[in-house]
Design a protein around this ligand. Sequence first.
Ligand code: HEM
Length: 337
Amino acid sequence: MQDVFLRLLFDSYCKVGFGLDMSTLQKTPPAEQLAFVNAFDDCNAMMFVRYVDPLWKFKRWLKVGKEVKFAKDVATLDSIVYSFIEQRRKEVLKENEDIKRHDLLSRFLAAGEVDSERYTDQQIRDIILNFIIAGRDTTALTLSWFLYCICKYPRVQEKLVEELSQIEPEGFIEGVPRGSFPSESQIHRFAKLLTYEKLSRMPYLQACLQETLRLYPPVPLDLREAQGRDVYPDGMIVTKGDCVVVATYAMGRMTFLWGEDAEEFKPERFIKNGICEQESPFKFPAFWAGPRMCLGKDFAMLQMKVTVAILLSFFRNGISSRHGQSTYRKVNIFSVE
Ligand code: HEM
């Protein structure tokens, strides 16, 4: 499922970022799209290699090893992204209402029209790629761990499905033959019911996602370099240039923060009086805390809620009933060893 989520999120963020249908969820995506996603993934992996290889600059200068492939991948990304930018610039210049798009790229370019020196193509490339890098893997990994958790804890899955049944209390799935997959149009019809307001009124769904992020944060460690001397509340001294690591993964499992059941997947810990409470980001820093917090937090939560609502409303892991009778398709696609 992780691969499917990565593709889903890639398509989704490319749509929002560039206004493009990447179609990587298809069995055979178009060649240009495939070249883009492969170059994107390889560049991402190379960033980590550079992080741990102190000789990477030397290798780049010598044009040897992985640096050769990296340079090619960057060239592939550049040529594709710059052609998107050029295409959109032409559209924005036409000022034709019919083709006015709402993707980030068109918005940046339109803003640049007001003040033509505002963004260079390179800046726009970096903003859009950064948006996809920041959003795709984090959201896809959280969704993958979420599925793992609800398969491991069927009680939670059952409770969540019950909450999700409010979306369409009339039984949207009636008419779908038992044991068969719903059609695309049935899924689309259901997806249209998922308004922001409806999803905001689902405390258990929010709590399940928060609980997943507590136990399996997709950014498990975060680093900062101290700009000056500081003394921490426990007396530890940090001097200028020290590297400070915030271990978000470990923090999510600390019993003094979360209680003796810290290791347990228990969304109820966030629910108080029927409302899902937001923890202080300094206790729960999955999206970081302080001035450089994640800018895409609300967007990511919404994207995950929509995905979960659709998946769990149509596909479940061996749970049989809603209101006593199975009105959901019982398709065992999610199972945990
Ligand atoms: C579950 C999903 C996500 C998680 C857990 C997450 C987590 C984080 C974390 C921990 C940081 C701080 C990184 C650092 O400064 O070292 C961060 C920053 C950021 N995130 Fe996210 N993120 C998620 C989704 C997204 C999405 C969907 C977007 C964009 C649509 C996004 C955009 C950003 C941006 C632009 C920053 C940099 C903010 C700044 O430096 O001022 N994130 N995110």
